[in-house]
Design a protein around this ligand. Structure first.
Ligand SMILES: Cc1ncc(COP(=O)(O)O)c(C=O)c1O
Length: 343
């Protein structure tokens, strides 16, 4: 288990973009929300005098995942859920499975929590081994698929993490980007499991802050008790309704299949350049190991491309980069630029 604190947990891909660079650093899939969603969001403007009412969003999300409304809590993005969990379950013996998105650990620390890290080794393809989580862990955070490794853990391995007196938090922020949403626990009521979902990546609405928690009503009551009032805005609640409709879910699935094909092209190109791609990537981003990645990242910036540094993720060092999957033309141009930096 690694020692604490030596990583910049507050670093995110959005700090690496700008200056006209082609963005392969941020994992938001669309450059803008689709037209149908933009129209629905625009229609909310005239109603903004009223305080938000999330009941419609709760019903819609519940129907989308086949769960009762009492098992749904809308949040201001999946990120808010980390803060709510850290605050509501303060004092629990917390373990974060790394490498993963750093906000869960940052939220725990901000709440004054001690955090233990379980680091999944690169040599094993960053695959979850349930035994690696200490038996006394009472609050466990794991991502599925995991950012930045892109590994999708089997639902069975996640279920094995369940234990009496333990709350397992499965961050499924990217699962709608995996065709068919395999290995998801979102549709099941499992004692001691909460699932986090995000709408921001697939729908290009990171600026809106829309996500939700699925879990047992007693757990959600505790989160609701520490959630700031009206935390989820009217437009975010409308986005939850819109993105939960069957045709939106089908569109997300089409986008996910497209991303799968684009990722295969990226992975093939990377391997063709002799670049090591970690694990078995299933999400719309890949983690790569390139000796001297820091130099490569800067050379790519010179060439007009932003990729995300990997060394701010606990468990990774300066040889890792995360690359977002984009359309094939962008991918091909990026691979050509990368080839130049590697020669
Ligand atoms: C794995 C993971 N979980 C959660 C989030 C937060 O998502 P949201 O925008 O819904 O707050 C992110 C954002 O990058 C993420 O990468």
């Amino acid at each position: 288990m690694a020692e604490q604190g030596e990583y910049d947990l507050l670093h995110h891909g959005d700090r690496e973009v700008g200056d006209g660079l082609v963005d392969l650093a941020v994992n938001v899939r669309l450059a803008a929300p689709p037209e149908w969603l933009r129209r629905e969001l625009a229609d909310t403007l005239s109603g903004l005098a009223a305080y938000p009412d999330v009941r419609g969003a709760v019903e819609a999300v519940a129907a989308r995942h086949g769960r009762p409304p009492s098992e749904v809590l809308p949040t201001a993005g999946a990120a808010e859920a980390f803060t709510l969990l850290a605050s509501a379950f303060r004092g629990r013996n917390a373990v974060v499975v790394h490498p993963q998105f750093t906000e869960p650990e940052a939220a725990l620390r901000a709440a004054g929590q001690a955090v233990r890290r379980v680091v999944l080794p690169a040599a094993d393809g960053f695959v979850l081994t349930p035994d690696a989580v200490p038996a006394d862990a009472e609050l466990v955070f794991v991502g599925n698929p995991t950012n930045p490794t892109s590994v999708l853990h089997p639902a069975q391995a996640l279920r094995q993490l369940c234990a009496p007196g333990r709350l397992v938090v499965v961050d499924e922020a990217f699962l709608d980007a995996v065709p068919g949403e395999p290995e998801s626990l979102a549709g099941q009521r499992l004692p001691g499991v909460v699932v986090l979902r995000s709408l921001t990546k697939t729908w290009g609405i990171a600026g809106l802050r829309a996500g939700y928690v699925l879990g047992e009503p007693e757990v959600l009551d505790r989160l609701r008790a520490v959630q700031p009032p009206w935390s989820v805005s009217t437009p975010a609640a409308v986005a939850m309704v819109a993105c939960s409709r069957p045709d939106a879910v089908a569109e997300a699935n089409r986008l996910a299949r497209e991303a799968d094909r684009d990722r295969e092209r990226l992975v093939e190109g990377l391997r063709g350049l002799g670049v090591e791609v970690a694990g078995v990537p299933r999400a719309p981003f890949v983690l790569v190991r390139v000796p001297g990645a820091g130099r490569v990242r800067l050379a790519l910036r010179e060439a007009g491309y932003a990729v995300r540094r990997g060394d701010t993720f606990p468990g990774l060092d300066g040889d890792w980069l995360r690359i977002a999957v984009r359309d094939r033309e962008t991918t091909d141009r990026f691979l050509a630029a990368l080839a130049d930096t590697l020669t």
